[in-house]
Design a protein around this ligand. Structure first.
Ligand code: IVH
Length: 673
């Protein structure tokens, strides 16, 4: 019996792994999301019922687990080295010459190089033992890194088991963890919408996402990776055979199910390498991820070995880099922008300069503390940097270029748009305009409301928002829905067709999904994800606005800061009036009612500890879908305490009060009846 179950679990796991590979590595999904979810849940259910049969590399581990206090140290089997750089064609030619010399071949003989992309991410060492992923560690100082195994396991493009019948006893596979540019931009937009820290570039975002003590956070970020290198190899009793070249080794990695780069070439001699380098430079801007060069490697492992090392770099490889996306320019002025919550952002107006192929005129300075820290003054020569589509930023001041007439800058005390007082809360980096009717805020508010991820009003771009507000046609969000054809025609640039088009788009936004409206209101700390959680839980805006702090905190995924921000937001009578007026014009569509049997109708649950497979928000969703509620503290009114590992005082309290305690398996079995 248990053997049958085990076989079934193995089958499910390998099927899920196959679909993960299709979806995340090949980008060719082979089943629908719903069918995939079903397989996943089936496996989860079997694991709950048979915890002793859980496979060490079960795909259910990909959702993340308990948060760590700190990372363990991990000593690499073979140190992770670095690469020497070539920044110019001459430097590359010198490398080629040097290689000929150290491996003692005729200078005229063309060597076989393997050239591929130099991914701009975070280097990682994956350890597979007998085909199973047992460890993953960051580079650290090269000898010892941080053990980030739990986090790496959440990355769906990285196989938990190698697809081969003959894995070596132990192999270290080296690669790079990256975040695609569009995912980086989305992450930053999300962070911005929540008024949280944004990342300077995809590489920092990837590093920040991987080095999370809570692997659930890593699981929520769409990290991926590329693999290219070999560390320690123990063949042992296995039938594994190491190929003769790096190119073939990479093919093998691909067969094993690991993602490898697509752009690569076996080059005969330095000339062909140069051609590849230039070709890639031409398509660099079109790649979905960032690279900072190409890596050129003697293709044969035997020649790599013969070339040896100098200091901490292999002599048979080189990073042939592209010029960075940084440029030097001058700060001509510093202006202040007003955001939708009144936050004032200083922006440097710079002498237009080309940064990695794009002309830049403005660069963000973030806030006063950043200006002070970097000591940025008007008239300064500065280095600016651009990553993806984000606003370029000033990274550094060239102080040696100062002539003495540069001027320091201070965020003004009064708002540059509406002249209200500017307030900076204690301990806050951000200064805010306190004006209730600031036009600067209003413009940003309307932009935020209309954006794609919110109400998605097609055609209501920055310039038109500006015109509508300046003309006094939009003073409150709901005014958008009273706009008439003639109003638009009176604005510059509008013709019959464009006016109709915009009115149609506004019309279409009268029945948004509820979460779009919640997100569109632009409440501090409430991003798209939070808006979805709120919509799902409360099902109406009126219920959200009358919810108490305690009720808000009962929603899985809503933290203290968000709940407080919601209470603060709804405490202003102008907000209530504005929402009432909006709701007269639009009818948000409530999330579909649950189709699950309402077996927990009226029952109150409290969650505590870490459950084997469900996380907090998952368990909350199941309870709520079945008509129950989740509360944060145990009292006589509590019906069930759902307890996992390391449950603390809540479990004790439940026992004191005689409240029924369930483990996850018992909970899941209630769902089956
Ligand atoms: S081979 C001895 N190949 O660049 C290290 N490295 O600047 C052998 N990198 O530490 C590395 N893409 O993290 C290699 N296709 C690629 C790479 C690559 C990115 C990183 C790697 C390395 C760093 C050196």
């Amino acid at each position: 019996m248990s053997k049958d179950i085990k076989t079934k679990m193995q089958k499910l796991a390998s099927e899920i792994q196959k679909h993960d590979y299709q979806y995340y590595v090949l980008d060719e999904p082979s089943i629908t999301d719903a069918a995939y979810d079903q397989l996943f849940r089936e496996l989860q259910k079997l694991e709950v019922e048979n915890p002793d049969l859980i496979l060490p590399n079960s795909p259910t581990q990909r959702v993340g687990g308990m948060a760590l206090d700190q990372f363990q140290k991990y000593r690499h089997g073979i140190p992770m080295l670095s690469l020497a750089n070539a920044l110019t064609e001459e430097e590359f030619a010198a490398f080629d010459e040097r290689v000929h010399r150290v491996i003692d071949v005729d200078p005229n003989q063309e060597l076989e190089y393997f050239a591929e992309l130099k991914f701009d991410g975070l280097s990682i060492n994956l350890v597979y033992e007998n085909g199973s992923l047992t460890h993953a560690a960051t580079r650290g100082d090269g000898e010892t890194g941080e053990d980030v195994t739990l986090n790496i396991k959440t990355i769906r493009s990285i196989p938990l088991t190698l697809k081969t019948d003959h894995p070596p006893e132990k192999i270290e596979i080296r690669g790079e963890i990256i975040l695609a540019i569009k995912d980086f931009e989305r992450l930053n937009r999300d962070q911005l919408n929540k008024e949280e820290k944004t990342f300077a570039n995809p590489r920092n975002a990837a590093a920040g996402s991987l080095r999370q003590l809570d692997s659930k956070i890593t699981a929520s970020r769409p990290l991926t990776g590329f693999f290219y290198g070999l560390g320690e190899l123990v063949i042992g009793n296995s039938k594994y055979k190491l190929p003769k070249t790096i190119a073939e080794f990479e093919d093998q990695l691909k067969e094993w199910g690991l993602p490898v780069g697509k752009q690569k070439k076996i080059c005969k001699g330095a000339k062909q390498v140069l051609k590849f380098y230039k070709e890639i430079e031409g398509i660099r801007e079109d790649l979905p991820f960032e690279i900072d060069g190409v890596v050129v490697k003697l293709n044969a492992f035997s020649l790599q070995q013969a070339a040896g090392f100098v200091s901490r770099s292999p002599r048979g490889m080189i990073a042939f880099k592209y010029p960075p996306k940084k440029s030097v320019t001058m700060v001509e002025d510093i202006q202040v922008q007003v955001g939708r919550t009144g936050a004032l952002t200083p922006v440097a107006i710079v002498t237009p300069v080309n940064v990695g192929g794009v002309w830049v005129k403005r660069a963000t300075l973030h806030n006063q503390d950043e200006i002070n820290r970097k000591d940025i003054r008007i008239g300064d020569h500065v280095v600016i940097q651009r990553a993806g589509d984000v606003i370029p930023e000033v990274v550094e001041v060239l102080k040696e270029k100062r002539r003495g007439d540069e001027r320091k800058f201070l965020i003004p005390d009064i708002c540059p748009v509406c002249e209200s007082k500017v307030i900076r809360g204690e301990g806050e980096a951000v200064a805010r305009c306190s004006g209730r009717n600031c036009i600067g805020k209003l413009k940003e508010k309307v932009r935020h409301f209309a954006q794609k991820d919110a109400m998605n009003i097609d055609g209501l771009g920055d310039k038109i928002v500006e015109q509508l507000v300046d003309a006094g046609l939009v003073k409150k969000l709901h005014d958008l829905y009273s706009l008439e054809y003639d109003d638009l025609l009176s604005l510059e640039g509008f013709a019959e067709k464009s006016a109709h088009k915009l009115l149609n788009a506004i019309e279409a936004a009268r029945t948004p999904e509820l979460y779009r409206l919640i997100f569109g209101l632009g409440i501090r700390h409430v991003g798209e994800t939070t808006a979805k959680l709120l919509a799902q839980h409360f099902k109406s805006l009126k219920k959200i606005r009358s919810a108490t702090l305690e009720k808000l905190l009962e929603v899985g995924g809503i933290g203290d800061e968000m709940a407080k921000s919601l209470i603060e937001y709804f405490s202003h009578h102008e907000v209530i009036e504005e929402i009432d007026s909006l709701l007269e014009k639009i009818k948000p569509v409530e999330p579909k009612a649950s189709t699950s049997p309402q077996i927990f109708q009226g029952k109150v649950f409290v969650l505590t500890g870490t459950l084997p497979t469900l996380d907090r928000s998952g368990a909350t969703k199941i309870i709520e879908d079945h008509g129950g509620k989740v509360s944060s503290s145990v009292s006589k009114k509590t019906d069930y305490v759902l307890a996992g590992e390391e449950a603390g005082s809540k479990l004790e309290k439940a026992r004191e009060l005689g409240v029924k305690v369930l483990n996850e398996a018992e909970f899941q079995s209630l769902l089956l009846h």
